[in-house]
Design a protein. Structure first.
Length: 613
C-alpha cells in the first residue's frame, strides 16, 4: 500500500519513478533525496565526543539502508528508506588528527601538545580536549592564536592520508544511476565564535581529489580566501566545486552581511564571486532552522520552528548566546539580496536552499522516530539532558533535514548541476515531494495536469530560476504541487512567501496561503491553524488528518512590474510528535521536562523564483 501511495504521488508530480532508476529526459524528472553533511570519526570533534568507530565506508553503507554498528551502543542501526546520495563532509581542520593521535601516530603523539592531549583523554577529559580544539580554531588569525598547538596537531601527511581514505571510500560506493557518493569536506571558519562554516562538495572522483588536501580554516577564516583557493584548485586540477554555508542562525550576524570580511561595503565583484561559489545554502539541520525567526517575522505564525539559541563559541570569555539579526537568517538574506542588487547590479544572495543533518555519528538519521542524535551518546534518551558543547542538550537538537534534488539521473554530475541551477529544495526530514514553476501562461486547469513537469518547463521556469518581465506587465503565476511523505504526516497547507522592494528601495515580505486541507476557509487573507491530534500521553496522532496532496495555480494579486521580487514555497505538515516527546514517554517523565513542545509541524522549503524587472 505504501509503495502504491508513493507511485500515485510520483505520477501526480510528473516523476518518472520513485523506486527504480529513470532514463535521462529532456528535463529533470527524477526526485533524489540525500544528505550533504555527515561527519565520521575522521572529524576531530566527532572522534573526541565518542565516535571512535564510524568510517566513510560505514556512513555510505548506512545511507544505502544497510545495518551498521552504532559507535556508542554497539547495536545494529539502520534507516528504513535508503538515501539516493550522500556526502561525507569531515572537518578539514585537524582532519584525522585525533584519530591518528590516539592510534599512536608518532608524528603527532611525540609533540608537546600531543602528549598533553593523550594524557587528558586517558584521564576521561575528551570533552575538554574538544573544547580546546574549537577554542583554538576561534582564535585563528588573531594575536591570541596558539600557533604551537595548531601546528602540533595539524600534520599535513596525516590529513592527506585521511582525505585519501575518504575519497577512495566515495569511489567504492558510487553507483551511477542508483546511488551517488559525492566527495567533500567542511571548512569550519569560526572567527570570534561566529559560525561561518561551509560544506564544500566536488563533482569529481578520487583521481582528482588526490591532487590536493582540503582547504582548512587554519589557513584562513575568510570566505574570500576559500573562494580564491577553490578557483586556483579548479584551474590546476579540473575539480568542480560548490560551497554551501550552513547554520547562519549561529553566525553572530556575519553570514549574510552587506560588507566583505574586512567590513567594507559589498561591491559587485565581491557579490559576483559569492554567487559563483555559493549558489545554495543549508536552511535547516540538527542545530536549528535558519529560515527566519519570530523577532524578524512577527506576522508569520510559523516562524518559530526549531529555534536554537547556542553558538559554538567555546572560548573562556566567549558569548554563547545566538544573535537574531537579518544577517543570521535566510529569508532576511533574500531580502538583503534584493537591496544589494538594486545598489550594485548583482544579488549575492540569489540562493537556493537544501536541508541536511550535520550528524557526527556517521549515520544520517533525520526522522523523529529514528533520531540518533548529533553525537553518539545523544542516541541514549537518558543522556540527552546532559550538557553538551556550548550548553545545548540532545533535546535541543532538531531531527532533520534532507536535501531534495530534481535531476535527470542519479549521478554526481547531475546533482552538482542541480545545485548550481538551484533546482533543489529542503525538508526538515519528511520526504515531501514538491514541484514549483513560475510563468505567465499557467491557468487553473494546469494544477490537475498529469504531465506537470513537461507543462511547467514549457510554460515557465522551475524553482531556482528567474522570470523576466512580461512585455505587457502581466503578473506572474505559480504552478505548485506537493505530496505528503507516505511514511509521515499529511499536509496542512501550502504557502508562498514573497519578498519585494518597495518604492523606497526597502525590502518587504508577505505570506500567502495558497492551498490547504479540507474543512477550513480563508478569512481575512489567512487560513486558521489546523488542530493538533498529537496525544502527549501516547505519542500517537491521527494519520488521516490533513491532505495527501495539495495543488494550486496562484497569481500574485499585489504585483508591481517595476518591483524586484522573489517567491518561494513553504509546505507545512499537520502536527506530529517531536523526538523529545517520544523520549519522555520512554523515560516516563513529563514532556515539559525536555524543554520542548510535544508536537511540531515539519515542512519543506522550495528554492525561490526571482522576478527581475
Amino acid at each position: 500500500m505504501l509503495q502504491r501511495t508513493a507511485l500515485i504521488c510520483a505520477a501526480a508530480l510528473g516523476i518518472a519513478s520513485l523506486t527504480a532508476p529513470a532514463k535521462a529526459a529532456d528535463y529533470p524528472d527524477r526526485l533524489l533525496w540525500g544528505d550533504t553533511h555527515v561527519h565520521t570519526s575522521y572529524s576531530p570533534d566527532a572522534y573526541l565526543l565518542f565516535n571512535r568507530t564510524s568510517t566513510p565506508d560505514s556512513a555510505y553503507r548506512f545511507a544505502k539502508g544497510l545495518p551498521v554498528i552504532h559507535p556508542w551502543t554497539k547495536d545494529k542501526a539502520s534507516i528504513s528508506t535508503p538515501l539516493d546520495f550522500l556526502v561525507v563532509s569531515d572537518h578539514a581542520e585537524w582532519l584525522g588528527g585525533p584519530k591518528a593521535l590516539f592510534a599512536g601516530d608518532q608524528r603527532i603523539a611525540n609533540t608537546p601538545t600531543g602528549k598533553r592531549l593523550i594524557a587528558m583523554v586517558q584521564a576521561g577529559q575528551s570533552q575538554e580536549v574538544a573544547r580546546e580544539l574549537i577554542a583554538a580554531a576561534s582564535d585563528v588569525g588573531t594575536p591570541d592564536a596558539d600557533t604551537g598547538f595548531i601546528e602540533d596537531i595539524d600534520h599535513i601527511e596525516v590529513r592527506r592520508s585521511a582525505w585519501q581514505d575518504i575519497a577512495d571510500a566515495a569511489d567504492r560506493h558510487n553507483e551511477p544511476g542508483r546511488f551517488s557518493a559525492l566527495i567533500g569536506w567542511e571548512w569550519s571558519s569560526l572567527p570570534d565564535g561566529a559560525n561561518l562554516h561551509r560544506v564544500v562538495i566536488m563533482g569529481n572522483g578520487a583521481d582528482v581529489a588526490r591532487q590536493f588536501v582540503p582547504y582548512s580554516m587554519l589557513r584562513s577564516q575568510k570566505p574570500e580566501d576559500l573562494w580564491d583557493w577553490l578557483e586556483r584548485t579548479e584551474k590546476a586540477t579540473g575539480a568542480e566545486f560548490v560551497a554551501i554555508p550552513h547554520n547562519s542562525n549561529l553566525s553572530k550576524g556575519r553570514m549574510f552581511t552587506r560588507t566583505d570580511s574586512a567590513g567594507r561595503p559589498m561591491l559587485a565583484a565581491h557579490a559576483r564571486r559569492r554567487l559563483r561559489w555559493e549558489p545554495i545554502v543549508e536552511i535547516t539541520q540538527f542545530k536549528g532552522d535558519s529560515e527566519t525567526h519570530p523577532a524578524l517575522a512577527p506576522d508569520d505564525p510559523f516562524a518559530d520552528f526549531e529555534p536554537y539559541g547556542y553558538t559554538i563559541d567555546l572560548r573562556a570569555d566567549g558569548d554563547r548566546t545566538a544573535t537574531i539579526t537579518a544577517a543570521d537568517y535566510v529569508r532576511p538574506a533574500l531580502k538583503t539580496g534584493l537591496e544589494l542588487e538594486a545598489a550594485t547590479g548583482i544579488n549575492p544572495y540569489q540562493v537556493g536552499v537544501i536541508g541536511s543533518t550535520d550528524t557526527h555519528t556517521g549515520m544520517s538519521s533525520y526522522a523523529e522516530t529514528n533520531f540518533m542524535g548529533k553525537f553518539p551518546s545523544d542516541s541514549i534518551p537518558e543522556r540527552k539532558p546532559l550538557s553538551r558543547l556550548g550548553g545545548a542538550t540532545g533535546w535541543d537538537m532538531g531531527a532533520g533535514g534532507l536535501a531534495a534534488v530534481w535531476a535527470k539521473d542519479n549521478t554526481r554530475a547531475e546533482i552538482i548541476a542541480a545545485f548550481k541551477r538551484r533546482e533543489v529544495y529542503a525538508t526538515t526530514g519528511p520526504r515531501i515531494a514538491v514541484r514549483v514553476f513560475g510563468g505567465y501562461e499557467f491557468d487553473e486547469g494546469d494544477k490537475d495536469a498529469r504531465n506537470l513537469a513537461e507543462l511547467g518547463y514549457r510554460k515557465g521556469v522551475p524553482m531556482g530560476g528567474t522570470l523576466s518581465a512580461a512585455p505587457d506587465g502581466k503578473a506572474p503565476s505559480f504552478l505548485i504541487h506537493a505530496a505528503h511523505d507516505p511514511l509521515g504526516a499529511r499536509l496542512d497547507r501550502v504557502q508562498i512567501i514573497k519578498g519585494w522592494l518597495d518604492e523606497d528601495g526597502k525590502a518587504q515580505e508577505r505570506i500567502y496561503d495558497v492551498a490547504w486541507s479540507e474543512g477550513r476557509t480563508r478569512w481575512l487573507g489567512t487560513v486558521a491553524p489546523i488542530a493538533s491530534t498529537v496525544d502527549a500521553a501516547s505519542g500517537r496522532y491521527d494519520r488521516s488528518s490533513g491532505a495527501v496532496q495539495l495543488a494550486a495555480v496562484w497569481r500574485d494579486p499585489n504585483f508591481d512590474p517595476q518591483q524586484r521580487a522573489f517567491y518561494y514555497v513553504r509546505v507545512l505538515e499537520v502536527p506530529s510528535p517531536r523526538h523529545s516527546l517520544l523520549d519522555a514517554l520512554a523515560l516516563g517523565i513529563a514532556p515539559a521536562e525536555t524543554g520542548h513542545p510535544p508536537a511540531i509541524q515539519e515542512r519543506a522549503y522550495s528554492s525561490p523564483i526571482w522576478y527581475a524587472p
